[in-house]
Write a protein that binds this ligand. Structure first.
Ligand code: ATP
Length: 343
């Protein structure tokens, strides 16, 4: 549905050139939800803005439903852009218009009659669950309700594609979850293709079919969510996966944690499991093979795209040499292991 082919975008400012995107190629299949994740300044916003040519790439092709947008004249491009909806972190609603009037705006631009607009607005209000707010102004709505209005407005002209620019970044966790559920529901019901950018792996984990990781303007990894969570190839991707797990080490252990080993202290290990390694009984294997006792301090196992991943923190009792052998064993089993310190 969306094909970005070797997109490069440079910004020139005060004699300096920033390459925001460097030969980026990305395909978003029809009906799928694809997430692009990256840190601040990685190029996410530039990437998503290149899809509807809000930013014009210096090199490469932007193909939407088989049409190369880069080759279109302004009138034809404006027509193609009507097929792309977009929502933003800060909603971009018109404060002087009510909820219904905001949603009606693109339909007015499309030249629909008053009756047609009214019918369509009611459908959209129902889709996003805001019938009771239709006469309110945006200033009287919560963040989640504002984003629902923005979603309804973006869908007014029946676009085939929805671009989401950090759409949940300004929302609290519960509201984020409800907006992500709505996006997934719309994706299924309308067969809408969604490209979203985010800096949160939780968003990817919740609703994406595929994910690409962007760093310094380059896509460094892409694949299905299950592939990427099962076999992350880069440290950055591993960090994003780990960030999707909220693991709290008990305060009592953190207070006792020492950087270097002292007599009578034991290593505290953090183990990160992804994919196959989360299914293996490694903790009991390690105990048996290396004569070590593991005290599990905290652990969390999550699921994304049918793949398990998780983190466990263990206090290990045993001989120094056996500890080293165990560390190597974990590494051989593709389990990322870190000695957090000694307790
Ligand atoms: N209009 C512009 N003029 C000059 N430089 C720009 C412009 N827009 C973006 N950049 C630069 O391009 C790079 C990528 O920026 P971009 O906004 O795409 O990153 P991002 O991943 O969306 O970051 P964030 O999550 O902080 O919004 C940054 O180095 C940024 O400073």
């Amino acid at each position: 549905m969306i094909e970005l082919k070797q997109i490069t975008k440079r910004f020139h400012q005060k004699g300096r050139v920033t390459t925001a995107l460097d030969q980026v190629s990305l395909t978003v299949p029809a009906g799928k939800i694809v997430g692009v994740i990256g840190a601040s300044g990685a190029g996410k916003s530039t990437l998503i803005r290149c899809v509807n040519l809000l930013e014009r790439p210096d090199e490469g092709e932007v193909i939407l439903g088989g049409v190369n947008l880069m080759q279109l004249k302004p009138a034809a491009l404006a027509k193609e852009r009507r097929k792309i909806g977009m929502i933003f972190q800060h909603f971009n609603l018109m404060s002087s218009r009510t909820v219904s009037e905001n949603i009606a705006f693109p339909l007015e631009l499309d030249g629909l009659s008053k009756g047609e607009i009214s019918t369509r607005v009611q459908e959209l209000l129902q889709l996003v669950g805001l019938q009771d707010k239709q006469h309110q102004y945006p200033s009287n709505l919560s963040g989640g309700q504002k984003q629902r209005v923005a979603i309804a407005r973006s869908l007014a002209s029946n676009p085939g594609v929805l671009l989401c620019d950090e759409a949940t970044s300004a929302l609290d966790p519960a509201t984020t979850a409800s907006i992500l559920t709505l996006l997934k529901d719309i994706n299924r019901r309308l067969n809408l293709t969604i490209l979203l950018i985010t800096h949160e792996m939780d968003v990817v984990k919740s609703i994406c079919d595929q994910v690409a990781v962007i760093s310094e303007g380059k896509l460094i990894e892409q694949g299905t969510v299950s592939e990427i969570f099962a076999h992350p190839r880069t440290d950055l991707t591993r960090e994003f996966i780990a960030s999707a797990i909220n693991l709290d080490i008990p305060e009592a252990y953190l207070e006792r944690l020492k950087e270097f080993q002292e007599p009578g202290t034991r290593p505290l290990l953090k183990l990160e499991f992804t994919g196959g390694s989360a299914d293996n009984p490694v903790i009991s294997e390690v105990s048996r093979l290396f004569n070590l006792d593991n005290n599990i301090i905290c652990a969390q196992i999550e699921n994304a795209g049918g793949v398990k991943f998780g983190i466990m923190v263990v206090e290990v009792f045993g001989e120094d040499k056996d500890h080293l052998d165990a560390l190597n064993f974990y590494k051989e089993r593709n389990i990322k292991v870190e000695v957090l310190g000694y307790v």
